[in-house]
Design a protein around this ligand. Structure first.
Ligand SMILES: [Zn+2]
Length: 362
């Protein structure tokens, strides 16, 4: 990869400079667009139960925390300096922040975070699902999304010199705007050689996801090695229905890795990248850290360490070490630490150093 570069918020570096890298943690981000939607979803909740005070933490981790405007902004730059300091203390050197347009925080703040921490930070261009797409970009079609992303790639973000180093779109609810953005992103991935990351929801049906993904990869001629299908850890237990589990002794929280193996077998990368999301919603099973580690071990043993990305999906106060959670560290301090104890230093090096450098270089 001699002549390839990695595009950070402070300029281009060579891939070898990345070092130990988190491939999915949001830094300074702003979820107010999706927050307004979440306020509608949870409009029946007593606002007092949504206040961000320790006695409410257990209740709002069902997802309703995003209905509280105080939690729409991930935090100040100084909050992020402290939280990402815990990642640095583990040897962390670089972070890919996958926030697209509509979620990404002020780009100058992200630069300041990079300067203050010494971490290389790569940001994305792209668009998410419809609840996060700013109104001025809605219903304008693929060419509009393409033009906005291309402008950021070529001319910079928010009229600055800072350019994105990757593309981020979503396969979540498969609505028209979301898919228009996906197609625009795929076109740009094929043209630029940048890696492209896709948000997914644990509830997106596997067959629909695969069909849409394959169709767009084929149409735009994107190399599957440049595609990362994110959040493939948060669905490993989602197929087990909690009510069945409670009432039937023979129902176990068995891991289901079928979609993950299907994607890996076809040459895609998958993200096991939500280790730090403290979601506890009684309607579906989020995996715990032991189950995530087991999935990681099994897929690495299958020979897929070079196609797996790790991250925590750190996305604000609800995830902070300052508020009793893992911050941007669980994938590394829990997952990778267990692999090291089992003697798999080579897997950890591939997951944290080699694969990030391969993906972020273009
Ligand atoms: Zn994310």
């Amino acid at each position: 990869m001699a002549d390839k570069i990695v595009r950070t918020v402070l300029g281009d570096i060579v891939p070898e400079q990345l070092g130990y890298t988190s491939m999915h943690d949001h830094t300074v981000a702003d979820m107010s667009q999706s927050g307004e939607y979440m306020q509608m979803m949870f409009s029946d909740r007593d606002p007092e139960t949504l206040a961000f005070v320790p006695e409410n933490y257990v209740g709002i981790k069902d997802g309703s925390y995003l209905a509280n405007p105080e939690l729409w902004v991930t935090g100040t730059v100084d909050d992020m300096v402290r939280e990402f300091g815990f990642f640095k203390a583990l040897g962390g050197q670089s972070v890919f922040d996958p926030s697209p347009v509509g979620i990404r925080g002020p780009i100058r703040d992200i630069q300041e975070l990079s300067r203050k921490t010494g971490l290389n930070i790569v940001v994305a261009t792209g668009f998410y699902h419809e609840t996060t797409i700013p109104p001025e970009h809605m219903d304008q079609g693929e060419d509009h999304f393409y033009a906005v992303m291309k402008d950021e790639i070529e001319n910079g973000i928010e009229s600055t010199e800072v350019k994105p180093g990757a593309i981020k779109c979503a396969f979540s609810y498969l609505e028209d705007n979301e898919l228009d953005a996906v197609h625009a992103g795929m076109r740009l991935a094929a043209e630029t050689g940048m890696c492209i990351h896709f948000h997914t929801e644990p509830t997106t049906p596997a067959d629909d996801l695969l069909d849409e993904l394959e169709a767009s990869v084929e149409k735009y001629g994107v190399n599957r090695e440049r595609v990362v299908v994110c959040h493939m850890d948060n669905r490993i237990c989602a197929g087990v229905v909690p009510s069945d589990y409670f009432e039937d002794e023979s129902v176990d929280r068995t891991l289901d890795l079928e979609l993950q193996r299907e994607l890996l077998g076809r040459g895609y990368n998958i993200g096991l990248d939500t280790w730090g999301l403290p979601l506890l919603n009684p309607s579906f099973f989020m995996p715990d850290l032991f189950e995530r580690t087991k999935a990681l071990c099994l897929l690495c043993a299958d020979g897929y360490a070079s196609q797996i990305t790790l991250g925590n999906d750190f996305s604000g106060k609800i995830c902070m070490r300052a508020h009793g959670e893992w911050g941007p560290t669980a994938a590394f301090a829990f997952g990778c630490q267990r692999l090291l104890e089992l003697g798999h230093d080579d897997w950890v090096h591939t997951l944290t150093v080699e694969t990030p450098a391969r993906l972020l270089a273009f």
